[in-house]
Design a protein around this ligand. Structure first.
Ligand SMILES: *Cc1c(COP(=O)(O)O)cnc(C)c1O
Length: 400
């Protein structure tokens, strides 16, 4: 038989995590609802169990449903030796940072990070005596100067939340390693199918499984994958924090994972079509979509990524907030709401400038009146129907 790692990602998506001893004679592992795991006798109890997936011990260490999902994610992330599951993406980021940082350390965080990551670092990590400093991810020359003796970790994200700039992750991760810091990547946008984080030099690959993996807007979960001692550190820290995900949620995430590849192919193809269409519109000043040929960062995306997804942003040309609200409220196929990566399209207005501290947003080269952002998550609807919906909303925005 071919070694599992030789299979292409599409095949691994189908096969991964389906160990016979976990699935029995059905296709997917059943939902093992369990707190207590029973031992044969007192001698069996006294023998103990290795602290690794696959050994029944106690519910907090999971059961075959969770192990199957964790193993499937590990098999999808080249270079990973294990994956820890968390009850949300934010919990994964917090759990991974708590595992690699201690009091007195400095964390470097990319200025385009997901806003709750920023908030968590400034509250939770600050309370534990960790200092967070933000850096501009596109300024590679300035990056080495951001480090000090106490810098222990770097949190990266590419493309950045809302503003979607693709960063030179291999270069940033290599510099972090050079300086003795652990690099962690929030890889939610691309997933390991689109960006092999560990192969590109990152130490920890983090994902909100709520997005592409779940894929149906009905489950929240996060993951962090790594190799060797770092994986064991993530695991023991998560156990110390009492982190466990429910088997029902794990089963939902596993179900979503099996179709993630085809959903991503479809939603990224539609997103590219819609991004190209938006770029031609008078009402739109900038389209922030890494898959778009003229977008900044497109060359890095082409170089490093194997795929995209349905999430991108655009900026209205010279409209005010009331116009933006008319546009958003006139959409019929796009729900208004947070999160993304579901089968259904979503929209959310944003103001990226609010969160930034290392660099100003919008960029100085833009006209000041072009600043109101809209983020869209393209789902599985027909792209033509979504474009008609957007077209109608543009007309309504300008009072037609
Ligand atoms: C949504 C999101 C998260 C957080 O995930 P939750 O599962 O909602 O906690 C983290 N990073 C990015 C880039 C996200 O978009």
């Amino acid at each position: 038989m071919t070694a599992k790692s030789d299979h292409r990602p599409a095949t691994r998506l189908v096969e991964a995590g389906r160990r016979k001893e976990w699935t029995g004679s059905v296709v997917s592992p059943p939902v093992w609802r369990a707190s207590t795991h029973l031992y044969e006798d007192s001698a069996d109890l006294a023998k103990g169990r290795p602290n690794a997936d696959g050994y029944f011990y106690y519910g907090r260490r999971g059961s075959p449903t969770q192990w199957s999902l964790a193993e499937a994610l590990t098999e999808l992330e080249p270079g990973a030796e294990g994956t820890v599951l968390y009850p949300s993406g934010v919990a994964a980021i917090a759990g991974a940072l708590l595992a690699v940082l201690k009091s007195g350390d400095v964390l470097l965080m990319t200025d385009n990070a997901y806003e709750p990551s920023r908030a968590m670092a400034k509250s939770l990590l600050a309370d534990f005596g960790v200092e967070v400093r933000f850096f501009e991810p596109l300024d590679l020359d300035a990056f080495p100067g951001a480090f000090c003796e106490r810098t222990a970790a770097v949190l990266l994200e590419s493309p950045g939340s809302l503003t979607m700039e693709v960063c030179d992750i291999p270069a940033l991760a290599a510099m972090a390693r050079d300086k003795g810091a652990v690099s962690l990547l929030d890889n939610t946008w691309a997933s390991p199918l689109g960006f092999a984080a560990l192969q590109h030099g990152c130490d920890v690959s983090i994902m909100s499984l709520t997005k592409h993996v779940g894929g149906h807007s009905d489950v929240m979960m996060g993951s962090a994958a790594a190799a060797g001692a770092l994986y064991r550190k993530l695991r023991t820290k998560a156990q110390a924090l009492g982190i466990v995900v429910s088997p029902d949620d794990a089963a939902l995430a596993l179900r979503g994972l099996r179709t993630m590849g085809v959903r991503l192919e479809r939603s990224s193809a539609s997103a590219l079509k819609i991004a190209e269409w938006l770029a031609q519109r008078d009402e739109v000043a900038h389209v922030l979509c890494p898959m778009l040929a003229e977008a900044p960062g497109h060359a890095l995306w082409k170089r490093d990524f194997d795929g995209g997804c349905g999430l991108f942003s655009f900026v209205l040309r010279g409209r005010d907030e009331a116009a933006r609200a008319r546009f958003v409220d006139s959409l019929e196929l796009f729900g208004i709401g947070y999160s993304w990566g579901g089968f259904e399209s979503l929209v959310v207005p944003f103001d990226a400038g609010r969160a930034r501290t290392a660099t100003a947003w919008p960029p100085a080269r833009w006209r000041v009146e072009d600043c109101l952002g809209i983020r869209v998550s393209i789902g599985l609807e027909a792209a033509e129907d979504l474009m008609s919906d957007l077209d109608r909303a543009f007309a309504a925005m300008d009072g037609a």
